[in-house]
Ligand binder design. Sequence first.
Ligand code: DX5
Ligand code: ZN
Length: 223
Amino acid sequence: MSARINPSILSADFVNFERDFGTIANCDLIHVDVMDNNFVPNLTFGLPMVARMQQIAPKPLDIHLMIANVDKWGPGYAETGAYSVTFHAEASENPVQLARALRSIGARAGVAIKPGTEVEPFLEILHEFDQLLVMTVEPGFGGQGLIEDTLTKVSKARRKIDAEKIDVWLQVDGGIDETNIARVAELGADTFVAGSAVFKAEDRANQIENLRQLANSGIKHRH
Ligand code: DX5
Ligand code: ZN
């Protein structure tokens, strides 16, 4: 298993996405935060912007929907040709049905849980998803500190994925940087979103490689 580093463009220059994409082209996927000022108290962009990004991005898009009514609006994002669409369990009436809809359109289907949401109910239905996103901060803003308590969910999910050999990526998002990524990888994450840690770096490509190596060393130390 090799770590994936997905920079979050929430920390990019919103009027220079194309230029900023060029600075992170050695990443694995590009993490795109869609916020509706309803499910979260922040607003980014919607479907037309994501559809356009899809055309110019150097890597596949990893879309993180922080929107209400996601059962209705989520499938449209998969229809842009997005590689992966992750929605919040808290915003969906029927996460399994939505994941099946996303998969049937051809996207990988991810389910995300906020820091206050228990992981256990999702461990029983992990095979319905291609990715589990354990939020390590409250969704809404970049640059927050990682909430340590959330990491027990990462360990629990890793144990379940390994025990049952389920093919699901375990993503973490929020407060991930060079000081904690190896430890979070050792606990079980394999897919790492990093916003400020990548975009504030002087050499972003170098920082992506640095984070990848640190994460891979953490994965190696798992017992
Ligand atoms: C927060 C977003 C994150 C955010 C992470 O709600 O989902 O993707 O950009 O930013 P950092 O890495 O700065 O915590
Ligand atoms: Zn995100």
